[in-house]
Design a protein around this ligand. Structure first.
Ligand SMILES: *Cc1c(COP(=O)(O)O)cnc(C)c1O
Length: 379
C-alpha cells in the first residue's frame, strides 16, 4: 500500500497488538481457562511489576482513571466545601470527580508553552478552604512539580497528580533526584484506557502512593469500604481492574519504555519538520521532565484550523482538538466566578491547538506525508 491509500489513525491499537499478539492471546486464554476473572493472580502480579517499574511503595489498581481520582480524594478525607485547585485546560474527568464529591473545583489557567498548570495562578487561588492541588501532566510531560510541591508544603496541601497522560515520564528535581511521574505528590492517579500510553483492552486505572495508611484506605475504598470480608468501615465504591486487563497490562508494561521511545521519534520528526515555522508552534520540552508524548499538539497562528483539518481529512490524515472548550465554559461547570475571558491562555489554546497522529506504529514515510501535508496547507 502507498501512503496515500494507507489508513492513518490518531492511534493504531491494532498494529501495536499484532506485534504482541501471541503473548497477549495466551495471557487472555489463560485467564479464561482459570476463570479467575475478578482479583485473579495477574492483578497482583501486574501491581507488583508496576511498583517495581515506578519505584513506588504501593500501586492500587482500579476500574478506570476517573475512579482513581475519585478514590484518591475520598481517601484523603476531603469534605464537602473543601476547595481543590486544578487546571482549566484538561480532560473533564479531573474536575468531574471534584464536583461529584461535593468539593469545590477551583480552576486556574495554564502556561501557554507547556500546557501545564500555572504555579503562580495556583498560589493566587489558595484560600483557607483549599485542601488539595491536582496538577495534570498534560499530553505526556510533567507539570512544574518542584514548584508545585513547594507551594503545597508551604500551605499544607495534598497533591494528587493526574498522570493519565504521562505514565512512565521521568521527573528530575534540581538536586538531581529522578523519579517517575505520579510518585511525587501525595497520590498519583492514572488510566489504562486503550488509547493511553499504557492502555489495556477496555477500562482500567490505578492509584500510586508511598504512604502506607493512604494505600490501605484506597484499597479499602475501592472494595466497598471493606476491611475484612463483609465488614465495612468506610463508605466505598466498587472499582476493580479486571484480571484479563491486568494480564494484558503485565505484557504491555514490558514494552512501555519502547513505546515512549517510538512516540519520541514521531515527535522528533514533527519538531524538525515544523521548526521555526511562523504559523506553527511546536510543543515545548522542559529540562526537568522527559516527555512521553501522549499527544503531539501544535499551536496554530494565523491558520484556519477547521480548513486545515478538512484539508488533512481529504488526504485521510486525522487531526484532533484536545480540548475544544475550556472547563470553565462548559455548561456542567458553569460558575459565576468564571466568565468568558477568565482564563485567557486556556481560551486561546482551545481555539488554536491541533493534535497530529501520535502512536507507536508510525513509519518515516507516513510521518513525512503527514508533515508535508501540514506544511503544504500552512505555506
Ligand atoms: C483519560 C484521562 C482521565 C480519565 O481516565 P479514564 O480511565 O478514562 O476514566 C483523567 N484525566 C486525564 C487527564 C485523562 O487524560
Amino acid at each position: 500500500m502507498t501512503t496515500a491509500t494507507k489508513k492513518i489513525q490518531m492511534v493504531d491499537l491494532k498494529g501495536q497488538y499484532l506485534k504482541i499478539k501471541t503473548e497477549v492471546d495466551a495471557a487472555i486464554a489463560s485467564v479464561i481457562d482459570n476463570t479467575a476473572f475478578i482479583n485473579g493472580p495477574a492483578v497482583k502480579e501486574f501491581q507488583a511489576d508496576m511498583e517495581k517499574y515506578l519505584k513506588v511503595k504501593h500501586v492500587i489498581p482500579c476500574a478506570n482513571g476517573t475512579d482513581a481520582l475519585q478514590i484518591a480524594m475520598m481517601a484523603l478525607g476531603l469534605k464537602p466545601g473543601d476547595e481543590v485547585i486544578t487546571a482549566d485546560f484538561t480532560y473533564v474527568a479531573t474536575a468531574e470527580v471534584i464536583g461529584l464529591l461535593g468539593l469545590k473545583p477551583v480552576l486556574v489557567d495554564v502556561y501557554p508553552d507547556t500546557f501545564d498548570i500555572n504555579v503562580e495562578a495556583i498560589e493566587k487561588a489558595i484560600t483557607p478552604k483549599t485542601k488539595a492541588i491536582v496538577p495534570v501532566h498534560l499530553f505526556g510531560q510533567c507539570a512544574d512539580m518542584e514548584r508545585i510541591m513547594a507551594v503545597a508544603k508551604k500551605h499544607n496541601l495534598f497533591v494528587i497528580e493526574d498522570v493519565a497522560q504521562a505514565i512512565g515520564a521521568d521527573y528530575t528535581f534540581s538536586d538531581g533526584k529522578k523519579v517517575k511521574a505520579g510518585t511525587i505528590g501525595t497520590i498519583g492517579c492514572t488510566s489504562f484506557f486503550p488509547s493511553k500510553n499504557l492502555g489495556c483492552y477496555g477500562d482500567g486505572g490505578a492509584m500510586y502512593t508511598n504512604d502506607d495508611t493512604l494505600a490501605a484506605k484506597m484499597k479499602m475504598i475501592s472494595h466497598h469500604g471493606q476491611s475484612v470480608q463483609y465488614v465495612h468501615d468506610v463508605l466505598g465504591v466498587n472499582s476493580r481492574l479486571d484480571t484479563i486487563q491486568a494480564a494484558i497490562l503485565k505484557i504491555k508494561l514490558q514494552h512501555l519504555d519502547e513505546y515512549a521511545a517510538a512516540r519520541n521519534k514521531v515527535a522528533d520528526h514533527y519538531d524538525k519538520a515544523f521548526a521555526n515555522h511562523p504559523k506553527l508552534k511546536t510543543p515545548k520540552r522542559v529540562k526537568n521532565s522527559t516527555h512521553v508524548f501522549h499527544q503531539y499538539t501544535l499551536q496554530l497562528n494565523g491558520v484556519d484550523r477547521t480548513a486545515l483539518r478538512e484539508f488533512l481529512a481529504s488526504k485521510n490524515i486525522p487531526a484532533m482538538i484536545y480540548y475544544p472548550i475550556p472547563l470553565h465554559l462548559q455548561k456542567a461547570y458553569k460558575d459565576d466566578r468564571y466568565k468568558e475571558g477568565a482564563f485567557p491562555v486556556t481560551e486561546k489554546l482551545c481555539a488554536s491547538v491541533v493534535s497530529l497522529p501520535m502512536h507507536t506504529e508510525l513509519d518515516e514515510e507516513t510521518l513525512k506525508f503527514i508533515a508535508d501535508s501540514v506544511l503544504e496547507f500552512c505555506k
